[in-house]
Design a protein around this ligand. Sequence first.
Ligand SMILES: Nc1nc2c(ncn2[C@@H]2O[C@H](COP(=O)(O)OP(=O)(O)O)[C@@H](O)[C@H]2O)c(=O)[nH]1
Ligand SMILES: [Mg+2]
Length: 693
Amino acid sequence: MSHTTDLIKNVSIAGHGGTGKTSLFEHLLFAGGVIPKAETVESGKTISDSTPEEIDRKISIHAALAHIERNGKKINLFDTPGSSDFTGDVILTFRSAEFALLALDGRSGVQIETVKLWRNLESRGKPRGVFVTKMDDERAGFNKALGDIKEKFKADPVIVTLPMGQGAAYKGVIDVLHEKAYLAQGDGLEKEGPVPEEYQAQAAAARERLIEAAAEGNDDLMERYLDKGTLDPAAVQQGLIQALAGNKYVPAFAGAALKNSGLIPFLEFVSLIGPDPRTASDTGLDAEGTQKAVPIDPDKPLAALVIKTGYDQFSGKLSWLKIIQGKLSADSEAFNAAENKKERIGKLYTCQGKKLEEVRELYAGDVGIVAKSATLKTNDTLTAGDGSLKFLPLRLPEPVHSVAVNAAAKKDDDKLGEFLLRAMEEDKTFRYVYNAETKETVISGMGELHVNMILDKIKQNQKIEVETHIPRVPYRETITKKAGAEYTHKKQTGGHGQYGRVVLEIAPLPRGERYKFINAIFGGAVSKGYIPGVEKGILEGMAAGTMAGYPVVDVEVKIVDGKEHPVDSSELAFKLAARNAFRESMRQSAPALLEPIMNLTVFVENKYLGDVMSDLSGKRGKILGQDSVGGIEEIRAQVPQAELLRYSIDLRSITSGTGSFSMDFDHYSPISGKIAEEVIKAAQAFRVQETEE
Ligand SMILES: Nc1nc2c(ncn2[C@@H]2O[C@H](COP(=O)(O)OP(=O)(O)O)[C@@H](O)[C@H]2O)c(=O)[nH]1
Ligand SMILES: [Mg+2]
């Protein structure tokens, strides 16, 4: 069944690993009547964790989508992975959902991923709520978890469902807005009842705060509230809707998914109060390349974004679409702006996990699936028009963990390449590049777990034996002082010979400027026609430096003089002369090695701060800053890439797996002394090994 925009609510469930997201998702589907029985994560039978790699590891790796009908609304629910290794699939749901629900483990409150996810939501101005899970656990603390949010994010959550007790004494929750209790029944659906006597005062106080939050909805409501000291139920509802869409308060929920508790009042809240897609917009580029907001609007011509590409064992390739404007119909055509051509749209689907359900139409705000399209790719834009709108590609963090791979048997090379290309299409945080400079195929991901998962797939699904090693660092060479040299290329073989003479001067450029060529020939000593040959020779010379064979950067090269021969000169002769003149100049220019320096941001629990800091100083790191948000430390540093090749593994062992980090390239910096000697020695050994092969 198709749903129009006004009937759609999108919710992304996100949070630190193990907070109970997948269990919550599963039990919400049970409470919503989608499945007759909720399965446990441990059984490997949940709707969300359904791929072999998820069943194997008992964690979520891919975003999952399902939907629930409530109060005539279609609630699209996304379950997302908690590990930072799979953060790409979390971020795409943040873009696609108008409301995010952060799961907080009732026992632990705010954890490292909570901090990172909150920041991402904050940068999007995305309305969000928090769900305190596992209230049936003895160590659960609802107020402590909310206190954590208040302390760490300066947001004071507004209670929508209030837990009654905890641990063995846990009874269920109170729906503060509707003044009802929902009593947990274990395996069955929670039961409605009156608010027990002992919770009435607490519930009334929470209701007061909800009304206050509702008054923030608009000026009129605020005036009425200030005037009368309260608001009638219809005004409260209207105010809560508007204030939530405007991200003015953070609703808080409690529950115990495994006891089927806190689910129905949550679904009630989302269906009645959750943000309407029409309050949100996406961002695209117009025909002139200017960025513009694209409001979610069913009354405009079609505009849709491919948010994700997946491969299912049975259904094949699946392209997930978020419809931003208009509607998409089955058996129609749409213009694919990225491919610059019309796209045939066959059948359309919604889904309950991996189970597809055919629909005729998808309206603005909805998320659905096109199956088996050969051309659709993640980040593609589909429109009714002519390609004058393109949505911005999803912004994702840079990969942080790389491994060099090669097929053990040469015959598997092509198959490996094909698999890696497909993996990259499926997962935009995964990269695969052939580095011609280091002659390696390097795969990169968001952490060791991410990369290992891909390697496992290569071995198990593709049956390809691979060898892996730590990738080589892309060092550079540069010069530190001005120098010059001349070279005459002269050969007399058989008929006519080869002749070209080139005089070069080279000088250091500021870091990052790479290369500049100046033709300073006076009086036509070398004709213009040979200059392209000269430049080619210089670039060839720069491609491999004289110290360790790494590319040369940040050099200005000037040709100041030369000589040509009326018969024997050629572009080739000048190229060879220039290459040699460059290499000779380079030798006299006090060359230096440069190493890549990364910007590193590390998140760790306070108790590991000392160990992480001393490890970074041992890695030649320069600490740039440090922030603390109640027990979680953020360290910013610059560290040579050579020291970070296995940081995913190092940080895990220092922090017992709790630490998390991100990094990206910042600049190249000179190295000297022992460190440089080691690099040169290793490069020579590599070249010897190569020539032997
Ligand atoms: N006691 C209790 N445990 C729960 C509850 N919800 C989830 N868990 C357990 O927490 C663990 C992690 O759950 P999971 O749903 O996979 O968390 P996710 O990583 O956030 O998706 C599992 O062992 C669950 O059985 C709950 O309501 N109560
Ligand atoms: Mg999960």
